[in-house]
Design a protein around this ligand. Structure first.
Ligand code: ADE
Length: 225
């Protein structure tokens, strides 16, 4: 999979996408992430990519021209399955959407800043708008990193058996069961006996029960889906 990210703050994306599982995905050649500085397509020598909004009001708006030139220069090289704008007024991101995106080949992610991007770019170029939650971030970069991480780890071959996405919370609309490691007793707090029993069938049943119980308590909405 190839993901192109258009941003005015490439530095914000470099670290999250170059460590741990994302690094492994890239090193294995399963995920290519290309980060593009929007100012490369600025409208003048001062690197301008935003301007005041028509109608007045505080806050700058990212201009059509740099964004459209950036998108079109990428489209000249390959076809994109989705051009995604990260924005708090987009569709809420979840595991199902991550699964769907992980099946695509080429994606463009656009990180907004200031008041947002000129509506005409949204109308004519953006195919999907994603919010990572009901809160406002200072820009779309951290949201883009969240999407790339959630999608990248689902690509076949990125995770090994141990970290397999099949066992993640949400993959079956259930939260993950509790987990423990050594020692079996710490400050008189004991690991549940069943996990030490060696009976794999009972352990699996126990984990499922715990997952259902936890989901009922914390996220009953997931059980309604
Ligand atoms: N940009 C600012 N806030 C955001 C959010 N919650 N999700 C996606 N992009 C954003």
């Amino acid at each position: 999979m190839r993901i192109d990210i258009i941003t005015v703050l490439p530095e914000l994306l470099e670290s999250p996408l170059n460590h741990s599982i994302m690094k492994r995905a890239k090193d294995k050649g399963l995920l290519e992430v290309h980060i593009h500085q929007l100012r490369t397509w600025a409208v003048n020598e001062y690197g301008q990519v935003d301007d005041y909004q028509y109608g007045g009001g505080a806050g700058m708006v990212m201009m059509c021209e740099p964004l459209v030139n950036a998108i079109e220069s990428l489209q000249k090289e390959r076809t994109y399955d989705e051009i995604i704008f990260l924005t708090p007024d987009g569709e809420r991101f979840n595991q199902k959407k991550a699964n769907q995106l992980s099946l695509k080949k080429n994606l463009i992610l656009i990180c907004g800043h200031y008041k947002g991007i000129d509506e005409r770019v949204r109308e004519h170029f953006i195919t999907k708008e994603i919010s990572i939650g009901d809160f406002v971030l200072s820009g779309g970069e951290i949201a883009a990193a969240v999407v790339v991480d959630a999608v990248g780890r689902l690509l076949p071959g990125v995770l090994n058996d141990e970290t397999s996405a099949l066992f993640d919370s949400f993959q079956d609309n259930l939260l993950a069961p509790p987990v423990y490691t050594r020692p079996a007793e710490f400050r008189e707090w004991k690991v549940p006996d069943i996990l030490l029993s060696g009976d794999l069938k009972k352990i699996e049943d126990w984990r499922h029960e715990q997952a259902v119980e936890r989901t009922k308590q914390r996220r009953p909405d997931l059980l309604e889906d």
